[in-house]
Design a protein around this ligand. Structure first.
Ligand SMILES: *Cc1c(COP(=O)(O)O)cnc(C)c1O
Length: 455
């Protein structure tokens, strides 16, 4: 081990970032504006404020302010579980026999078990400050719902979570963590909303999807006095809050002279990847440094690698504004896979634009090879990774093996977004040798693209 660099780098309390970084300020081409599906015109701040908290709606529209102060109450909460360590994967390097240096930023050190708490606490704070009574949201795999439940209980807000039915049934412990933190959890689709009843009538016995749960949560927020809707990924405000990951990582790298060549993250809606890479992307955009960025997605839900860059709905019920993004179509329901947090049809508008400009690469990987990497990582590095995070591990290992062939001593950095304790059904399938790989056919995708809104 290197004597000059700690095995795990923790910043001290006064080295922690005090501002979030908004990468949009440094982008020459800004993400396209959100559109009102009824008129085709850009959504106004007042319209957005009917669904989202006002301050968060403002952050959504802010393409110009590079640094935004993190309120003191949020900084205090961050101290409960941050800084997150930047770890050198010495044991993995040795096992692979690679000359590459591998680092990972670990975001699983809190009860919710993922990076989602970084934005949950910010969104709960702005809801509280606005004097709201509560918030609604959806959760797929359960990590976002858990994070938001923790954040809401901290600020004394009500929290109504629509949980995709298949997860509600398969992940009873996630559900109970949410209820322990005081959240009200409803399996989606449900008969508590108009859109839920409509979906149930059309598809009886459906086990739900993230897109359906979003529609239900939005409907409830709009119809309940003193409530707003909050979303755990995709939106530019979420990437802003998650920039804390990249800012800490960059401060740690700069302090010890670490210069990553390749930065890798898994991509569902894009919040952890966007959060990790944003400050580095800022340097790249300003011409101060160069990095390769790689987004990793499941082959079963390949929005960047096989999607279209087009305006689309963010939800199945088509109640949310239209966003220009890489998408598989809002009607696309990815086949069952075990990285629930990566099963979303679209991608952050910020990352979509960066990808479209060739500033970032993308790769899709099959889930059996992801679990192979997850198991290898768990056995060698100790931490049991979340299936989502393991997509990044897969590509980090692949890149390190390429270095072994070429003899290049590259520095590889990846985001380890969470732990996999609630994903043991998936690990069980892998261990029993019954895990399957699903890849949508071109035909299936073409059918879904045909239903994209004509804008
Ligand atoms: C939700 C989640 C993801 C994917 O979401 P992004 O918004 O793309 O970051 C990745 N890893 C974990 C552990 C998650 O909970």
């Amino acid at each position: 081990m290197d004597k000059n660099i700690p095995y795990k780098i923790y910043l001290s309390e006064d080295e922690l970032p005090k501002q979030w970084y908004n990468v949009r300020a440094d982008m020459k081409i800004k993400p396209a504006p959100l559109l009102d599906p009824a008129t085709g015109k850009p959504v106004t701040l007042d319209q957005m404020s009917g669904i989202f908290c006002r301050e968060l709606a403002k952050q959504e529209f802010d393409n110009d302010t590079p640094y935004i102060d993190i309120p003191a109450e949020i900084l205090d909460f961050y101290k409960m579980y941050r800084p997150a360590p930047l770890v050198r994967a010495y044991f993995l390097e040795k096992a692979l026999g690679t000359p590459a240096k591998i680092y990972y930023k670990f975001e699983g050190n809190n009860t919710s078990g993922s990076h989602k708490l970084n934005s949950a606490i910010a969104q709960a704070y702005y809801a509280k400050k606005q004097g709201l009574k509560g918030v609604t949201t959806e959760t797929g795999a359960g990590q976002w719902g858990t994070a938001l439940s923790m954040a809401c209980s901290y600020f004394g807000l009500d929290c109504k979570v629509y949980m995709v039915k298949v997860s509600y049934e398969q992940k009873p412990f996630r559900r109970e963590v949410m209820r322990t933190y005081g959240a009200d959890v409803t399996p989606s689709p449900s008969d508590t909303t108009e859109v839920g009843r409509k979906i149930l009538a059309e598809f009886p016995g459906t086990t739900g999807s993230l897109g359906c749960a979003i529609s239900e949560a939005v409907e409830t927020a709009v119809n309940t006095e003193g409530y707003r809707y909050v979303l755990g990924s995709v939106l530019s405000q979420v990437l802003l809050h998650q920039s804390i990951i990249g800012l800490e990582t960059m401060a740690a790298c700069d302090k010890y002279g670490i210069k990553p060549d390749i930065i890798i993250g898994c991509a569902g809606g894009g919040s952890n990847l966007g959060g990790l890479i944003s400050p580095f992307m800022g340097r790249k955009l300003r011409g101060e440094a160069d990095y390769r960025f790689i987004a990793v997605e499941p082959s079963s839900c390949p929005s960047l690698t096989r999607g279209k860059y087009a305006y689309d709905f963010c939800d199945t019920g088509k109640v949310c504004p239209l966003q220009k993004m890489y998408t598989l179509g809002s009607g696309f329901i990815p086949s069952a896979n075990h990285a629930g947090g990566l099963r979303y049809h679209g991608m952050s508008a910020v990352l979509s634009e960066q990808y479209d400009e060739g500033l970032m690469e993308a790769r899709s990987v099959e889930q059996t090879s992801v679990f192979e990497a997850a198991t290898q990582f768990a056995r060698i590095e100790g931490t049991l990774p979340a299936p989502e995070s393991s997509h990044a591990i897969r590509v980090a290992i692949d890149e390190a093996l390429k270095c072994k062939e070429t003899g290049e001593e590259k520095t590889i950095l990846f985001g380890l977004t969470g732990t996999g304790y609630f994903d043991m059904v998936a690990y069980q399938k892998y261990n029993d040798g019954v895990m399957m790989d699903y890849i949508p056919t071109d035909d299936e995708l073409a059918k879904s693209f045909a239903k994209l809104p004509k804008i």
